[in-house]
Design a protein around this ligand. Sequence first.
Ligand SMILES: [Zn+2]
Length: 159
Amino acid sequence: MTTREINQGRKCIKWGYGHCPHCHSAFKVNQDAVRFFMRHHGDAVLFMLCPACESVYDSSTQQERSDLQNACLDNIKNCTGNRSQFACTTLLTVAINHGDYAAALENGIGSVDRSTYEQLIRSDEALIFANGALVHWERLPDAMSTPNSQASGDEQNLN
Ligand SMILES: [Zn+2]
């Protein structure tokens, strides 16, 4: 894989494939490939690794894992082409795509524009999606704590 091919973006990748943020090799993305995540406001950015880097990561020490994570971030930051090629998505995007990681990578968050997305992840009184429609979500009272009553749904098992 040459840099030029990588920089052409998603067009040169097969559907459901992404580039490993560590070694740039293309691989078929799936939930099991997620090795680490970063919080991003109310969302979490999920990083998937190719099978080779996955096994390196799994057998690494905490420090080595941290170094590998930083290398991934540097690769993404230094990418001059289309960053959507990387095998990274967000928890919200996966939920919107019914738990399908390949669809999350391909479709993103569909018709949601950037400012709507920013609203979604930043606001305490956020918007949520119910059957494709945006619904205002009232903030839950801080003081209330009834165990299990407000457990978040497991949206990844919708399909
Ligand atoms: Zn890799």
